[in-house]
Ligand binder design. Structure first.
Ligand SMILES: Nc1nc2c(c(=O)[nH]1)N[C@H]1C(S)=C(S)[C@@H](COP(=O)(O)O)O[C@H]1N2
Ligand SMILES: [Mo]
Length: 416
C-alpha cells in the first residue's frame, strides 16, 4: 500500500515525465483511464469508498462529463451568467462555463433555416447560409469576450466570478468579415454597418466599417465545436477587444451605411456618463484589466509560500507587464506571465509570495502595449466624475488578507 501511495504521489507531481511511464507501466495506465469515468457511477451508487481498481468502470460515452467531484458553475440570473474565473487553469474558458448575456433569451435556431443577409451600400447584396460561410477560407483566433458592464463591488464577501465573471476566452473559428465584404463589394462610401441578431431582442449595433476590414470574424466555431446556442449558434459576429454587446449573436443581417444607425443599444444603453454632464457613445475598446483569482474570497491561506495567480487582458493589444503588490500598493513586483501572450487575449500571471502571517492587502495591475496601466477605482472616479455610469470599469482589485488567513474583497466605495 505504501508503495502505491508513493507511485500516486510521483505521478501527480510529474504527470508527463518518462519516469512515470516506467513506474506505472501499461497496466496502471489502463486503470487510471477507467477510474475517471467510473467516478460518476460510483458516486451515484454511494460507492465512492470502494477501491476503483476492484470494480469495472463505466464505459465510454457519446460525450464526456466533468468529474462529479468538481463543482464549477455559472450561477445564472435571468439575464446573465458569470464565468467562475477562480476555478480555471490556463487561459481557455471551457465552453459550458463561458459567461452569457442575453437580452431576450436564447433562441432555438435551425441552421438550415437561418441566413445572413448583407446589403445596403454594396455592389451585390447576398445571402449566406452556414454551409455557404464554411466554404470561404476560415480563420481561428484565441481572444477574450467581455461585457462592458463587467464590474461589481460593494461587499467583502465577493468572488472573482461575482466581481469580474463577465469575461471569457475561446478559440473562435469562422470567416473574416473582410472576406464577405469583398464578396458583396462594399462601396467606398460605406463607413458603418448595422449588425442585427435573430433573437427576440433583435439586438442591433452600429460598427465602424474599419473594424469589419480589420479583424471582425463571423464565428461558427468555439473551442473546436460549433458555437454553442448561448454564444450565438449557428454564428455570431466576433469583434476582438471590443465590448461584448457589439459582438451580435445569432447574426442574421448586416447593412452597410454612411452613418451610424443610432439604435437603442447604443443610445439609451452602452453609453457612459462622464464629467460635466457629458455622455460617451461608441466606446468600443475594452481597457486593460487584471484580477487575482488565487487567493481570493472565500478561500483562506496559511503562512508560507503562496503562488498568487490571476488573469490579465487588454482590448487594445497585448499585455506587456503585470505587477503584483503584497503590501497594499506601497511597492510593486513584476509577475511572471504565461506564454503565449496573444493580442486582445487573457493571459495568466503568477507571483510567488511568502506570507508572514501579518494582515495585508494584495492586488495586481496590468500594462498593455499602448503603455496604458490599469487605474485604481479612485482614479476612475476622478477622471469620470462620481456620476460615472456602470460601463467600462476596470479598476485594480484588492484582496484583504486577515490574520487568520481569510481572504476578503476590499470593496470600493463611490463616496469615499
Ligand atoms: N443577438 C444578441 N446579441 C448579443 C446579445 C443579445 O442579447 N442578443 N447580448 C450582447 C451582450 S450585452 C454581450 S456582453 C455578449 C455576450 O456574449 P455571450 O453570451 O456569448 O457571452 O453578446 C452580445 N450579443
Ligand atoms: Mo454586455
Amino acid at each position: 500500500m505504501q508503495e502505491q501511495d508513493k507511485i500516486i504521489e510521483i505521478s501527480q507531481t510529474f504527470p508527463k515525465t518518462v519516469s512515470r511511464r516506467k513506474l506505472l507501466g501499461g497496466m496502471l495506465t489502463t486503470a487510471v483511464a477507467i477510474t475517471q469515468s467510473a467516478n460518476g457511477q460510483a458516486i451515484q451508487k454511494g460507492l465512492n469508498d470502494e477501491d476503483p481498481t476492484k470494480v469495472t468502470g463505466t464505459l465510454p460515452a457519446e460525450v464526456g462529463t466533468r468529474s462529479p467531484f468538481v463543482k464549477s458553475v455559472k450561477k445564472p440570473s435571468d439575464i446573465s451568467s458569470r464565468s467562475p474565473l477562480q476555478d480555471f487553469y490556463g487561459f481557455i474558458t471551457p465552453s459550458d462555463l463561458h459567461f452569457e448575456r442575453h437580452h431576450g433569451g436564447i433562441p432555438l435556431i435551425d441552421p438550415q433555416k437561418h441566413e445572413l443577409i448583407i446589403h445596403g451600400l454594396v455592389e451585390k447584396p447576398l445571402k449566406f447560409s452556414l454551409a455557404d460561410l464554411k466554404r470561404f477560407p476560415s480563420v481561428s483566433r484565441i481572444a477574450f469576450l467581455e461585457c462592458s458592464g463587467n464590474f461589481r463591488t460593494g461587499k467583502e464577501t465577493m468572488t472573482p466570478q461575482e466581481i469580474a465573471g463577465l469575461t471569457s476566452q475561446s478559440e473562435w473559428t469562422g470567416v473574416k468579415l473582410s472576406t464577405l465584404f469583398r464578396e458583396v463589394g462594399v462601396k467606398p462610401q460605406a463607413k458603418w454597418f448595422l449588425a442585427e441578431g435573430g433573437d427576440s431582442a433583435v439586438m442591433t449595433r452600429s460598427i465602424p466599417v474599419a473594424k469589419g476590414w480589420e479583424d471582425a470574424i463571423i464565428a461558427y466555431g468555439q473551442n473546436g465545436e460549433p458555437v454553442r446556442p448561448e454564444q450565438g449558434f449557428p454564428f455570431r459576429l466576433f469583434l476582438p477587444g471590443w465590448e461584448g454587446n457589439a459582438s451580435v449573436k445569432w447574426l442574421r443581417r448586416i447593412e452597410l451605411s454612411d452613418e451610424p444607425f443610432m439604435t437603442r443599444e447604443e443610445t439609451s444603453k452602452y453609453t457612459e456618463a462622464i464629467k460635466d454632464g457629458k455622455i460617451r457613445m461608441f466606446s468600443f475598446d475594452i481597457d486593460a484589466r487584471s484580477i487575482i483569482t488565487f487567493p481570493s474570497f472565500p478561500q483562506s491561506i496559511e503562512k508560507g509560500w503562496i503562488e498568487i495567480k490571476g488573469l490579465a487582458w487588454s482590448g487594445r493589444g497585448k499585455v506587456v507587464k503585470v505587477e503584483v503588490s503584497t503590501n497594499a500598493g506601497k511597492t510593486w513586483q513584476i509577475a511572471d506571465i504565461q506564454e503565449p501572450v496573444l493580442d486582445k487575449a487573457h493571459v495568466r500571471f503568477r507571483y510567488l509570495w511568502k506570507w508572514n502571517g501579518e494582515e495585508t492587502e494584495i492586488m495586481s495591475r496590468v500594462t498593455d502595449e499602448t503603455g496604458y496601466t490599469q487605474p485604481t477605482f479612485q482614479q476612475l472616479v476622478e477622471a469620470r466624475g462620481s456620476e460615472m455610469g456602470g460601463y467600462h470599469l476596470n479598476p485594480i482589485t484588492a484582496w484583504q488578507i486577515k490574520k487568520d488567513g481569510r481572504v476578503l474583497l476590499k470593496p470600493e466605495n463611490l463616496r469615499s
